[in-house]
Design a protein around this ligand. Sequence first.
Ligand SMILES: Cc1cc2nc3c(=O)[nH]c(=O)nc-3n(C[C@H](O)[C@H](O)[C@H](O)COP(=O)(O)O)c2cc1C
Length: 222
Amino acid sequence: MKAKKEEILKAHACRRAIKEFKVDRKISDEDFEFILEVGRRSPSSFGWEPWKFVVVQNTELREKLAEPSWGAQKQLASASHFVLLLARKGDEMRVGSDYLKYKSQEIDKLPAEVEEMKVEFFKGFMEKEFDLTDDRKIFDWACKQVYLPFANMMTAAAQIGIDSCPIEGFDRASVEEILANEGVVDTERLGVAAMLAFGYRKEESPFPQSRFPMEEIVEWVK
Ligand SMILES: Cc1cc2nc3c(=O)[nH]c(=O)nc-3n(C[C@H](O)[C@H](O)[C@H](O)COP(=O)(O)O)c2cc1C
């Protein structure tokens, strides 16, 4: 157990937001499927899994995405694998949507009475408890769920020696316009929450990983 903990902490300490990857070193299919599988296994509020992962391996599309993605310039050009993490938009996440019905009925196979109870609960959660009352609030809430596979995939990659970079440095409207024009994403239903680049680092970061000390971020109430 001690060795396992050390290994996990080492992976977190070595994980850095990598700007540029070795272009001639690709992640194996097996390793990339492992990373995606960790993403797929991630939890989500009410278990709705309001996400989709689009792996962009097409050079022309990467070049188009680079223009509105200031935070992903070198990553788009050099990553072995480049993933768009999409979150479901308002209409998809509202009670009665085809998506929520499909998830409950076909994927989770909930008995009708259980589905009905869940939907009632979810309605209260949306309308009162969490104030998910307009499209933007619902999309932002779905994005929060997407950050779980986002983080899990980065950590899993780090644990098998694969580097990554989390990316929010892009103009969402422009990126979505490109994806819609290219016919890659139905942007009525899905929006871009974040991006993730994977590969093997070209060079070590010149800066050490910098974090607050534990006592500044943790407070114990006993
Ligand atoms: C949600 C999120 C968005 C980020 N967006 C970008 C980005 O667009 N481009 C980039 O190069 N780094 C980006 N970063 C990387 C952070 O700047 C980096 O994680 C942070 O400075 C800590 O450094 P470290 O990850 O190397 O420890 C992002 C990180 C997170 C978590």
